[in-house]
Design a protein around this ligand. Structure first.
Ligand code: ATR
Length: 268
């Protein structure tokens, strides 16, 4: 029998997840269906209840429901607990297992697709919202020397305190960055959505640095700034496919080959 999965968000019509999971399924010979489901803004819990009743095996969760999914899960993985948000739910009898594969997806894209070493590297993480919480644990697990920078410095400090026991992490404001250099700069802010540039100083990139914007589908001011400073610029498309691969593995116990799927999305 075909096992059913879905991605839930609002809005959801532009989600690439159905295409990604269908490509994974075709590649690995898994008999699954995967569709996009729009939940009403006040109806996430009801939508999950309906899917469970209909026998779905799990779902991905995207904006704006990742925190609600975290609260709804009856069991959480360590990385979901650290992220305080959930993007992957698995339904197993009465148990709703919540996981967060975003950070693992980002780190896999950086280390395995782009072949960057994070260990002992100064990595600047911009933003201290949900997206940054989602990726901090896997970055620290890969021994990055992490600095989180945020306009509202108190939020950066809060994040650094929350992860202090997990590795090398400190918090700064943008003004404190003058004179500092980083090998990898990750944009986890919402600035690209409003076509804004986080207030980075000139000279922030170490020679041959990587500029990684977690957004995809558009050139952000951060990407343009990074190109001007001759950094290697990457968007979040690889992370999107890798976080999906992690979810696929959780559900199906098999790793899809992500490279051809990333290629399809790039040329789409
Ligand atoms: P998400 O869940 O996507 O991380 P969020 O929790 O609303 O969204 O967090 C948005 C993040 O983007 C915050 O860190 C925010 O900085 P502040 O906390 O100082 O508001 C950051 N952000 C948004 N617009 C920005 C901009 N133009 N420049 C720099 N940071 C920005």
């Amino acid at each position: 029998m075909t096992d059913r999965y879905a991605v839930i968000g609002n809005p959801i019509s532009h989600s690439k997840s159905p295409l990604i999971h269908r490509l994974f399924a075709a590649q690995t010979g898994q008999d699954i269906s995967y569709e996009a489901v729009e939940a009403p803004l006040d109806g996430f819990g009801h939508t999950i209840a309906r899917l469970r009743q209909q026998g779905y095996k799990g779902c991905n969760v995207t904006i704006p429901f990742k925190f609600e999914a975290f609260k709804l899960a009856t069991k959480l993985t360590e990385r979901a607990l650290a992220a305080k948000t959930v993007n992957t739910l698995s339904f197993d009898g009465d148990t709703i297992l919540g996981d967060n594969t975003d950070g693992a997806g980002l780190v896999r894209d950086i280390t395995q697709n782009l072949l960057w070493v994070l260990q002992d590297k100064p990595v600047l993480l911009m933003g201290a919202g949900g997206a940054s919480y989602g990726v901090s644990l896997p970055l620290l697990a890969n021994k990055a020397r992490l600095c989180v920078v945020n306009r509202t410095v108190s939020k950066a400090k809060q994040l650094a305190d929350a992860f202090a026991s997990k590795g090398h992490i400190n918090a700064l404001g943008y003004d404190d960055l003058v004179g500092k250099k980083y090998s990898v700069i990750i944009n986890a802010t919402a600035s690209g959505l409003s076509d804004e540039m986080p207030p980075l100083p000139e000279g922030i990139f170490a020679p041959d640095a990587l500029a990684y914007d977690m957004m995809y589908g558009r050139e952000t001011p951060f990407m343009r700034f990074a190109r001007k400073h001759e950094a290697q610029v990457e968007n979040g498309l690889g992370m999107l496919v890798e976080q999906a691969a992690e979810a696929f593995y959780i559900w199906r116990g098999i790793w899809p080959d992500t490279a051809p799927v990333i290629q399809v999305l790039r040329t789409a």
